[in-house]
Design a binder for this molecule. Structure first.
Ligand code: IPM
Ligand code: MN
Length: 347
């Protein structure tokens, strides 16, 4: 039987419960489709940091490299470890080391879920550049703590980085409704964002079948609220994509439904799948975290592994549960109830 090696990093807070839920659903789907998932769980988290002084061991990246994919819950517990330490010690290094340059996040309403907008028939795929841009980590501080203090954080846009994320976006648009929106702020940022617009035009020449539109980030934020049904694939830089995908989560009913995949399209290192939501320490022990975002991310993992039939079965099972009103209102159902409904819908 075909078997995939999966690294599980539940992480912090509700990450633990939603990965447990996802693992149950994925294993049922795998059994139904005739393949196996061979999981290895890693306790890397803020707990681990408190015990060892690091978010993961020094050879953590090399350990993960041998897996077919990584399933991650959430990282962070700011009262215990500053976010700037926990995220730069675990999540962000994985995205960069494994060149997971395409962070893809679907935004659409599941049946039975009410969003805050009048519009309901939208289906957006946000594609966020995931390894450079505003989150490159290039910068520094001098004269710390004095009146002359200076902080510099430089956004880095490379031709290679910008071109490959746009190309990835065009490929996705081709498989969907043939529309791509490129998001910049080239009216104000005259180097990096003008460069991004130029590269968009250059790559677009290879995709005459895809309809391209350029938006500024502020206008795109308004469009996602006022006319989300006009959008198909949206490609944005690391910071802009980060912000737009929380907006996307909001219009799809909340972070409980927002899935994401950190993809290495060249497949020369594992890709990582994680819900957009964080660790939510405030509700971590209440058993009410919605596992749907994580389970949907798990379906994206199956799809990436080439198990598209099992992936589609998981999505259908999520939809069958929400269509019955399970997991559609915050706190109404326990994590375990939502999980059981999805497992049962898998037949
Ligand atoms: C996300 C998160 C992370 C990000 C944070 C926690 C660093 O907000 O995945 O969207 O911005 O990449
Ligand atoms: Mn975010």
């Amino acid at each position: 039987m075909k078997s995939y090696k999966i690294a599980l990093i539940p992480g912090d807070g509700i990450g633990i419960a939603v990965i447990d839920a996802t693992w149950q659903v994925l294993n049922k789907a795998a059994a139904g489709a005739g393949f196996a998932l061979d999981g290895t769980s890693f306790p890397w988290s803020c707990d681990f940091y408190e015990k060892t002084g690091a978010m993961m061991p020094p050879d953590g990246i090399e350990t993960l490299r041998g897996f077919d994919a990584i399933l991650l819950g959430a990282v962070g517990w700011p009262k215990r470890v500053p976010d700037s330490v926990s995220l730069h010690g675990l999540l962000l290094p994985i995205r960069k080391a494994f060149v997971q340059y395409a962070n893809i996040r679907p935004h659409r309403l599941l049946p039975g879920v009410e969003g805050p907008l009048r519009a309901s028939a939208f289906d957006i795929l946000c594609i966020r550049e995931n390894t450079e841009g505003e989150y490159s980590g290039a910068g520094g501080r001098i004269h710390n703590g004095t009146g002359d203090e200076v902080a510099v954080e430089t956004a880095i846009f490379t031709r290679k980085g910008v071109e490959r994320i746009l190309r990835f976006g065009f490929e996705q648009a081709r498989k969907r409704r043939g529309k791509l929106a490129s998001v910049t702020k080239s009216n104000a940022q005259k180097y990096s964002m003008v460069f991004w617009d130029e590269v968009t035009a250059q790559v677009a020449a290879d995709y005459p079948d895809v309809e391209v539109a350029n938006y500024h980030i502020d206008a795109m934020a308004a469009r996602m609220v006022m006319a989300p049904e006009s959008l198909d694939v949206v490609v944005a830089s690391n910071l802009f994509g980060d912000i737009l995908t929380d907006l996307g989560a909001a219009i799809q009913g909340g972070l409980g439904y927002a899935a994401s995949a950190n993809i290495n399209p060249e497949r020369n290192a594992p890709s990582m799948f994680e819900p957009v939501h964080g660790s939510a320490p405030d509700i971590a022990h209440l058993g009410i975290a919605n596992p749907i975002a994580a389970i949907w991310s798990g379906a994206m993992m199956l799809d990436h592994l080439g198990e598209s039939r099992a992936a589609a079965a998981v999505i259908s099972a999520i939809e069958a549960a929400t269509a019955r009103g399970i997991g559609t209102k915050p706190g109404q159902h326990k994590t375990t109830e939502i999980t059981s409904a999805i497992v049962a819908a898998l037949g």
